[in-house]
Design a protein around this ligand. Structure first.
Ligand code: DMJ
Length: 598
């Protein structure tokens, strides 16, 4: 019997004679008796009726009321984010209007009405941003050189469209295709370049393919880094430039599917992930991930996290950067392999600003810029890394004092006097840093490195650089006055249509206004036109050292469209205003992402 604490027996008796309570109890007891007397069928009938009535009531509550009950706050944040992004685009459109000249110069951009959508929220996924009111507007080529580059893009696109559409790469000689991940890499890498060049029809073709044919299942094993910089970066860039929602939706789907790569003990991702089955693993060739790969995914995942309002993307990659920040380094320099499970660098692995090391340094600077110069540890690590490079890697040729960055190998950190073409990105990155207030002496470093990289092209009869160059640093005992500064081994004499040096020339031109950089780029473009252009596109070649025997490889890499031709087009932008470097940042594949305040 119920006996409330603190009440006397007398109190209880007086309550017990309350008629209402007795009636209520009596009524409920009799209802219960009647319920027990019902047959099973009758009880089921009652259950069914009650459920049906509830469902009818729910159905007639207005949708708006439902969604505001679900998540008022989330929608508010999301809209704020969209407004901020729109403002950025708006400012850029105004900047481009200043260019004048050419078709459509200074046109007024029409703004479609902003239609916020609600009711797109489920457990894990906040609805994507809405169709954007502003798209960036470009007027197409403004001079002969830009027109020539657009011609190269169209020739490449045409061959790809005809013989390799939807596949990763074009084989421009045999008129076939090459598959790597099966993600239509050339389309996605080419989208924002087409947009930048004002090629609306080509952009629309690519968009249609993304809408109708780009799928990520059922089982696709991909490299996390390559897929992030090319596909995720390409989709995000296309979204920011065109405002077309489909690119955001695909990027969000892909980002989600790449996330299992981060499920390691250390948080350092595995190199490979199956985006269909959502499982991740180390590369087939060994237990470790490449240092540059795990540290060159941050710009893209951060951007995706910001525009989707899903912090998990940014958190995953920020954790990697913080982890690497805390690892012991060699005066800021990092070994090129890192283990995803232990989170430790592989002992005695090579130190290099070339393959597997390069973009670690690039993304330190660019992440700092992307986050409005608020993440100090990235800036510090970048400055320390450059200082380490000057101290340990910078070498000069004996004959003409050409500066280059050597590699350090083995436990003794022996100097290997070779430099990958990949290292030629660094001149542009250094210049970008100086432009943003980093040590002015970095500019001297940039100029010297750019001079050397130019030589790697200029000394070849094809005017195209090899993949790897070796340098003479010893003064010959014989006192040979004709000693060469650099030489190329047979196996390193290929040119894959790579962009790094043109990327640097673009930054040097944009940030200094020195036309020599444009002229150098034009000379190189002539080399590509003469020795890599074939019937259905442009091909990588096996030998830059002999114009009569270039050994075409029948392969057009997707970065030819996303980077090489884009940087050439921007290098020949006489206004130096097409892309505002205060507001946009280029990812490692040449895709364009917005700079945030923090
Ligand atoms: C591109 O995919 C990217 O630039 C990457 O960072 C390095 N390699 C190629 C181009 O050479």
């Amino acid at each position: 019997m119920y006996s409330p604490k603190g009440l006397t027996r007398t109190d209880y008796i007086s309550l017990n004679i309350n008629d209402t309570a007795a009636f209520a109890r009596g009524t409920s007891q009799s209802l219960w008796r009647r319920w027990n007397q019902l047959s099973r069928f009758q009880r089921n009938l009652v259950y069914f009726s009650v459920i049906t009535i509830c469902l009818i009531i729910l159905y007639f509550i207005p949708n708006d009321a439902k969604s505001s009950i679900i998540d008022k706050e989330t929608n508010h944040d999301q809209l704020q984010n969209i407004e901020k992004h729109d403002k950025l685009i708006e400012e850029l459109v105004v900047d481009n209007g200043d260019q004048g000249g050419g078709a459509g110069g200074g046109e007024v951009i029409e703004e479609p009405e902003f239609q916020p959508e609600v009711n797109q929220i489920d457990d894990d996924q906040i609805g994507p941003p809405q169709p954007k009111p502003n798209a960036m507007k470009f007027n197409g080529p403004q001079n002969e050189r830009q027109r020539a580059v657009v011609g190269a893009f169209l020739h490449s696109w045409k061959g790809y469209k005809q013989y390799a559409w939807g596949h990763d790469n074009l084989k421009p000689i045999s008129a076939g295709h090459h598959e790597w991940f099966g993600l239509g890499l050339t389309i996605i890498d080419g989208l924002d370049t087409a947009y930048l060049m004002g090629l609306n029809a080509e952009f629309a073709e690519g968009k249609k393919w993304v809408e109708e044919s780009l799928t990520f299942g059922p089982s696709k094993d991909v490299n996390l880094f390559e897929t992030t910089i090319r596909v995720l970066g390409g989709l995000l860039s296309a979204y920011h430039m065109s405002g077309e929602k489909i690119f955001f939706e695909k990027a969000l789907d892909l980002g989600d599917r790449l996330m299992p790569a981060f499920s390691t003990r250390s948080g350092v991702p595995y190199s490979d992930v199956n985006i269909g089955t959502r499982t991740a693993h180390s590369p087939k060739w060994g237990p470790d991930s490449s240092t540059s790969e795990v540290t060159t995914i941050q710009l893209e995942f951060r951007d995706l996290g910001r525009i989707s309002q899903q912090p998990k993307f940014e958190q995953a990659v920020a954790r990697v950067s913080e982890h690497v920040h805390h690892l012991e380094k060699y005066d800021g320099l990092v070994p090129i392999f890192i283990n995803a499970n232990t989170g430790a660098f592989r002992e005695f692995s090579t130190i290099s600003f070339g393959a597997r090391g390069d973009s670690y340094y690039e993304y330190l600077l660019k992440q700092w810029l992307q986050t409005g110069k608020t993440m100090d540890f990235l800036r510090e690590d970048y400055i320390t890394g450059i200082w380490g490079a000057e101290k340990h890697l910078v070498q000069y040729t004996a004959a003409n004092k050409y500066l280059f960055l050597a590699e350090l190998t083995g436990s003794q950190k022996d100097i290997k006097p070779k430099m990958d073409h990949l290292t030629c990105f660094l001149g542009g990155t250094l210049a970008l840093g100086v432009h943003n207030g980093l040590p002015p002496e970095h500019m001297k470093f940039a100029e010297q490195l750019v001079r050397t990289c130019y030589q790697t092209y200029a000394i070849q009869p094809t005017f195209l650089a090899p993949e790897i160059t070796y340098f003479n640093i010893q003064t010959p005992q014989s006192g040979d006055a004709n000693q060469l500064d650099m030489f190329v081994k047979t196996n390193d004499a290929h040119n894959l249509l790579r962009p790094e040096f043109l990327e640097s020339l673009f930054y040097m031109w944009y940030l200094t206004g020195n036309k020599t950089y444009q002229d150098w780029g034009w000379q190189i473009f002539q080399g590509f036109e003469k020795y890599t252009k074939v019937q259905h596109g442009y091909t990588s070649i096996g030998n830059v050292r002999n114009t009569q025997n270039t050994r075409p490889r029948d392969m057009m890499e997707s970065f030819w469209l996303s980077e090489t031709l884009k940087y050439l087009y921007l290098l020949f932008d006489d206004s130096r205003k097409l892309i505002d470097l205060e507001k946009w940042i280029f990812n490692s594949e040449g895709h364009i992402l917005p700079v945030y305040d923090s």
